[in-house]
Design a protein around this ligand. Sequence first.
Ligand SMILES: NC(=O)C1=CN([C@@H]2O[C@H](COP(=O)(O)OP(=O)(O)OC[C@H]3O[C@@H](n4cnc5c(N)ncnc54)[C@H](O)[C@@H]3O)[C@@H](O)[C@H]2O)[C@@H](O)CC1
Ligand SMILES: [K+]
Length: 214
Amino acid sequence: MTQFVTTTEMLTLEDYTMNDFEIPQEVLIERAAIAVQEVIGAGSFNLSHILVLVGLGNNGADGIALGRLLHQQGLSVALQFVGNLNRAKASVHKQLEIAKHCGLHPSEKSDFKEATLIVDAIFGTGLNNPLPEGLQKMMKAANHIDNDVIAIDTPTGINPNTGEVMGAALKAHTTVALGYPKIGLRKNQGRKYCGDLVVKDIGVLTPDTFAFSL
Ligand SMILES: NC(=O)C1=CN([C@@H]2O[C@H](COP(=O)(O)OP(=O)(O)OC[C@H]3O[C@@H](n4cnc5c(N)ncnc54)[C@H](O)[C@@H]3O)[C@@H](O)[C@H]2O)[C@@H](O)CC1
Ligand SMILES: [K+]
């Protein structure tokens, strides 16, 4: 049976992996990106033009790393930031520098309709408030466009613990849960918004004695 977790449990396990085992955060981000790349490769998505929507936290960092891998595969990729890059976490800046070295630069605002596949790397387990109004409008508009969306870890706008829509959410065709799926993906609207749920190992370690609450 699939083991679901709360965001607190996921954070505990990520901290355990990075602190007790000294596995660098960049390794987890790279593995997250490879995991999503594999899901994209195994699916029957139209890969003519991929738009990666990038947030300011580690979910965004996963998205940039994925965009870089897809770009290196020779695919057409646009990286579009959602939010002010000046407020982004260090992991985002780091991944952006790597992407630029590989020839992938952030795009100006692109037309969602031009993308044949959208990658949702805006928010993951860090979402703890309703989406800002502008983003709510963007998500609602995107839901009306007929292109596939792959969500990294959680669909943006879905509360990862309760499955509630935080103002608006981006409906995914497939959600690639990293490590363990978050419990919100099977509660309330979470189930509908996550589409097909694929769980991927990214090397997050779990102590034998860990007591899951679910
Ligand atoms: N902890 C780690 O080092 C790892 C995390 N991973 C990825 O990182 C994600 C979690 O990353 P973060 O904790 O950085 O969080 P997110 O990237 O989900 O969100 C970024 C930040 O946005 C802010 N925020 C939350 N709700 C908001 C709102 N409504 N409006 C505006 N800002 C808001 C919060 O301060 C949050 O930290 C996971 O879902 C997963 O994709 C993986 O890359 C593996 C490694
Ligand atoms: K996401």
